[in-house]
Unconditional design. Sequence first.
Length: 147
Amino acid sequence: MARRYFDEIQEGEQYITPGVTVTNYHVMQFAGLSMDFFELHTSDEFARQTQFGRRVAHGLLGLALADGLKNRSDFQVHAIASLGWNWEFAAPIFLDDTIHVRLQVKEKRASRSKPDRGVVVLALEVINQRGEVVQKGENRLMVERRG
């Protein structure tokens, strides 16, 4: 799908991303990158003794995967920058869960200070293979307007 400009985006558009199965590889690579080696994420023995009974992926790994999956969806725009996230961790993402993202264009507005840009607010839900929303929130994007 071709990248679209701000003026071509409609409020209410919805997209479903491809899925990804969260594996030990993802969790350990993220632990190394983030320096978050908390045992709930990295130790089967420790995690078995917690309320979850097994290892849980980092919450921020879920957010990072949501952003990456968003970029693999049919929602392709001339994005200039992410302006921020408002995010909730609703339930754990376990190793071997397959997640995908449901996203919707919640609102859009022209930039107040830059006439060549607009702001698009996306509502996103990270959903596991059981249909449970495990994370959700909003992402504000600055998007290029057609010249």
